[in-house]
Design a protein around this ligand. Structure first.
Ligand SMILES: [Zn+2]
Length: 250
């Protein structure tokens, strides 16, 4: 005699609760990762794996942080079409002094070959991921690197919506710079971040707004001044540089 066992499966559906505006939805960790003597709480999403240094105190902003970064990745990657050898990782430090000590380098920074961004809360959403996305744009590493283009594109795609030209003007004032060529290919390539980044960012934003995406992309992959002259044409690049210099008061 055969007995049939009927298993009843009860599926519990939890309706998603609307949270009040001042309470963010919970973020569930998807794993843990120990490195540098730190127990990181991992949250893996479609585009990025997030590692939170101090998840308990950072969890209140984690949901928003993750949403903003997932969406920024899509926006920026639509331009550069990165194919990374591994998924991008964000290490979100809660203690910048400890990070500086353990990493030997101030936050934030990105090591594109390792597909890793080391960040602190309060950085712009797009800057660090742009370093990794542009490096792996098209699935091939950049050929030639210049600080001016590399930092410029990261500032231009930081998604902060800041007024680039007026920031660059302010940064350049009184610095004795006669042309951005000095920052790109001359003796001012190592000047301070506060002066360098806004100028480089405004220039890359200015080139991006020409809506010549193939040329812009080619420059990001091969960043020397000579490469820019080959891509845009020497006379045109000279004119673009002169036009930009005058816009920021050089
Ligand atoms: Zn940078």
């Amino acid at each position: 005699m055969k007995y049939c066992i009927v298993l009843s499966v009860f599926v519990l559906l939890f309706a998603q609760c609307k949270t009040p505006n001042d309470v963010l939805p919970n973020v569930e960790p998807t794993g843990y990762y120990d490195t540098l003597g730190i127990h990181w709480t991992a949250v893996e999403k479609n585009n990025i794996i997030y590692y939170f240094h101090d998840f308990n105190s950072q969890s209140s902003f984690a949901a928003q942080y993750i949403d903003e970064h997932e969406s920024a990745y899509v926006t920026i990657n639509n331009v550069f079409n990165a194919k990374m050898p591994r998924k991008l990782r964000f290490f979100i430090w809660g203690d910048t002094a400890l990070a500086n000590q353990l990493l030997g380098h101030p936050l934030g920074f990105t090591t594109p070959t390792q597909c890793a961004c080391y960040v602190m809360p309060g950085q712009t959403v797009g800057h660090e991921m742009t370093h990794a996305i542009t490096y792996w744009g098209g699935g091939v590493p950049s050929i030639e690197y210049r600080r001016f283009i590399n930092e410029g594109v990261a500032v231009a795609f930081d998604l902060s919506g800041r007024d680039r030209i007026s920031m660059a003007k302010k940064a350049a004032a009184g610095q004795g710079i006669s042309s951005i060529v000095e920052l790109w290919d001359g003796n001012k390539q190592n000047i301070s971040e506060e002066v360098f980044y806004p100028i480089a960012g405004a220039f890359m934003d200015y080139l991006n707004k020409l809506n010549e995406s193939d040329k812009f992309y080619a420059l990001v992959k091969d960043q020397s001044l000579q490469s820019a002259q080959n891509i845009y044409g020497k006379d045109r690049m000279d004119a673009l540089i002169a036009g930009f210099n005058s816009q920021i008061g050089l």
